[in-house]
Design a protein around this ligand. Structure first.
Ligand code: CA
Length: 506
């Protein structure tokens, strides 16, 4: 194997290898050919699991009953957790879609990829509706086709690969929102099977108007989910392992339901004066619809006879939308680096290896998935040519107390929101039910401590997540030594990754 991957080291210990994307891509293709031949020669390995990766959109850490939500009904996802391992400290690599997805697919941080924000129709700079002191980097539109994704890695060792749902790491093709760009879509990133389909999400409704209501108890049929379950059933008797990524459009806005019965069913749970009541009722029904979809996928796996040797990995791409979701007890929301923006539901079920009903407080982050899945596919993570930021967390599946010593980092050198910044509330609290101003910021977590650095005023805040999950007590002065250490660590890691910074306008 000519292309080997170096993982399992903290990012601060990695030195970036300078080698052109093109050269790496050619080496990888050569390697892919060798590995495919090897895989065919030995036949499919019964020890290698199928991997079904369910990535959901904007689901908050507190949104599921199995994470303590008081009234959302999520029996299917709860069952997944009861049959497997629930992570209390699972993290998205970014508080926003595109950056998080690019990072998950490649095992690299958004800082290293230079993809820290959300893709757009066209390139340029952010347009903010207020004077801001920092100049943010140029917008990134596409995950380069040369980047090596989970699907590239697994197809190289004989996995069948399929993708359905939200891609969002390419610019919107022909200005159609979320349309896959043919040069940067899933088929250019290692997925052999990929069909664009919005299913029954309101994105697909004509003029975003709901088709007819559904009768009591009925959920809408969703063609995108049906494609995924058809694929699972088609692999019933296959000896070849598969990697299926189901990337749900739920529970991203527009939050609208055809199941009025379901929305009405939630009315009793929220007082008439509850903040954002109607939005939150729609949202509750939306979350339950997502849960129904997840149930369809899990049922298909179980019905196909491949339950025991299929890893189902479920997570959200970022925290909950502040206007719809109660992110409490977490502070903040989607779009910022408080826990509400990045700590997400994360569940793994793999009956052959993971004991039922386990919980782990080991921090695991989306950019760990590539090295983890690669190891499960019996491929090597060791490379001289490629630097990964993630770590294989395979050990946590058999030992939920396994706790590697390392740090996690986040980097968001942008402002948000762009066109309504002037009207956004000044800072993020707990359950604002409003969008707050996000200023360029970065964060690092080591052990129970998390430091956030704010670029505008070079200020830091330090939180002890062990005793202060709501990030209410800034310890940066009382714990000055830890604060200084983490500040240096964060800066060093960002420099190692050639991170793009927001800089003073001049
Ligand atoms: Ca998202």
């Amino acid at each position: 194997m000519t292309k080997r991957f170096r993982a399992g080291q903290p990012p601060e210990n990695n030195s970036r290898t300078l080698i052109s994307m093109q050269t790496r891509s050619m080496q990888f293709l050569a390697c892919l050919t060798v590995l495919c031949c090897a895989a065919m020669a030995v036949g499919a390995d019964a020890e290698r699991p199928n991997i079904v990766f369910i990535l959901v959109d904007d689901l908050g850490w507190s949104d599921l009953a199995c994470y303590g939500h008081a009234y959302h009904k999520t029996p299917n996802i709860d069952r997944l957790a009861a049959d497997g391992l629930r992570f209390t400290d699972g993290y998205a690599p970014a508080p926003i879609c595109s950056a998080s997805r690019a990072s998950i697919l490649t095992g690299k941080t958004p800082a290293r990829l230079g993809f820290e924000f959300v893709t757009k129709h066209e390139s340029g700079f952010q347009q903010i509706d207020a004077e801001v002191p920092l100049q943010t980097p140029k917008l990134t539109l596409n995950l380069p086709a040369e980047e090596i994704t989970i699907a590239d890695r697994l197809s190289a060792v004989g996995y069948r690969t399929a993708f359905f749902g939200k891609w969002h790491v390419s610019q919107h093709y022909e200005r159609r929102y979320l349309a896959w760009h043919p040069e940067f879509g899933p088929r250019r990133q290692g997925f052999a099977i990929a069909t664009e389909d919005f299913g029954d999400h309101p994105y697909a409704w004509r003029n975003r108007k709901a088709p007819a209501d559904l009768p009591d108890g009925a959920f809408p049929s969703d063609s995108m989910i049906n494609r995924a379950t058809d694929f699972i059933h088609s692999q019933k008797d296959s000896q070849t392992p598969y990697f299926l990524m189901v990337s749900s459009f739920y529970v991203h806005t527009p939050v609208k339901n055809r199941c009025r019965w379901l929305v009405e069913d939630y009315e009793r749970f929220l007082g008439k004066r509850a903040p954002n009541r109607s939005k939150r009722l729609e949202y509750a029904a939306f979350v339950e619809t997502l849960d129904h979809h997840v149930g369809s996928i899990v049922d298909a796996i179980d019905d196909s006879g491949q339950r025991e040797n299929t890893l189902v990995f479920f997570m959200s791409d970022n925290g909950g939308h502040p206007e719809y979701c109660s992110n409490a007890p977490l502070r903040g929301s989607k779009w910022n680096l408080y826990e509400g923006g990045i700590r997400v539901p994360m569940i793994a079920r793999w009956p052959q290896t993971i004991s039922a009903g386990e919980t782990s407080d080991t921090p695991v982050i989306g950019y760990d998935l590539l090295p983890t899945f690669v190891e499960l596919a019996s491929a090597s993570n060791d490379s001289e040519d490629e630097v990964l930021d993630g770590l294989s967390v395979r050990n946590v599946f058999s030992d939920p107390n396994w706790f590697p010593q390392r740090s996690l980092i986040w980097h968001f050198p942008f402002y948000h929101p762009e066109s309504t910044y002037s009207r956004a509330i000044e800072t993020a609290g707990v359950n604002d039910f409003a969008t707050s101003k996000t200023r360029p910021q970065s964060a690092v977590r080591r052990g129970k401590y998390k430091l956030i650095h704010f670029a505008e005023d070079d200020r830091v805040a330090l939180y002890d997540l062990g005793g202060d999950i709501s990030e209410q007590k800034d310890l940066s002065e009382r714990q000055a030594k830890i604060s200084a250490e983490l500040r240096i660590l964060l800066d060093r890691q960002l420099n190692t990754m050639n991170a793009r910074r927001a800089t003073p306008k001049g």
